[in-house]
Design a protein around this ligand. Sequence first.
Ligand code: UDP
Ligand code: MG
Length: 332
Amino acid sequence: MTDAAPELSIVVPVYNEAANVDALVARLRPVLDAATASWEMVFIDDGSRDDTLARIRSLNAADPRLRAVAFSRNFGKEIAIAAGLDHARGQATVIMDADLQHPPEMIATFVQKWREGYAMVYGQRTDRRADGPVRRWFTRLFYRLFDAFGETPLPEGAGDFRLLDRRAVDALRQMGERARFSKGLYAWIGFPSIGVPFEVAERVHGVSKFNARKLFRFAFDGITSFSTLPLKLWTYVGACVSAFSLITAIWILVQTMMSGVDVPGYASLIVSVTFLAGVQLISLGVIGEYIGRIFAEVKRRPLYIVGDQVGFEEPQALATPTRPVGVDRRRA
Ligand code: UDP
Ligand code: MG
């Protein structure tokens, strides 16, 4: 690609979305043509096993503004977003899902707000009806925990559907962490931001790629990458337990002096021993989680491996990443 950088880039992470890409492009095209003079679409194929990439290839043959970077395997949506930001060249970049849950028509408003001077314009979900009651309940719990633990407040209902100014994109690209919780990173970088309410549509084809296990992992990543409170909490728990045992010790001592040795107490003994063993294992587990994350970070592996690309120059033999994360062959 030797053409000039476009004004607007659209970044779409795709994972087995062959059924959705054509419909997405068809709906996006008129919106983009109306919103800006020059645009590009960058798909990040997150190791799809269907013919998502083949679909994008034929779209690219008809319109070279549609391009793709394909990972060598599934790395997860958060990492796909990071790769999208690495490859987007626009003055502003919009991140959106491929399944048309994020209405493309909103982009006109995003661009308008950006022209007014906001560095970040995010879609704000007005309701989560598309999600199902159990997921909704856990989402609420997560936000409450994040609020209580996190050092970075998250705006209500703000997700990945958003426009980022070049300054914001460059700030995010400096974040080298592997456990990426984008929602937190967006909030952390600051900049004048504004929310635009929107209603999440139903997924057009297929089902959500996030099962309960993935969502829990994601929630845990979110809290542990933005708070050390779960680690510090055990100091306070330990102090309370110690204070309680000190009081018990005094009470037993006084009782023994008043009425001699009293052997029964088996039940209370077993209960306190097992309870404390449980508390200790939990706290060790929390420490282990953090150590695991430290381990993942210090290995300094690239954030993702590009397996194929569509519409970018031929990959060069030796890739020298511009930053330690992500093997970014285009800029090498
Ligand atoms: N996605 C991805 N990698 C994954 C899972 C999902 O790139 O491992 C993409 C997916 O193709 C879609 C977006 O992330 O474009 C949102 O995924 P999904 O609709 O499954 O999530 P939900 O809407 O349920 O949050
Ligand atoms: Mg979806």
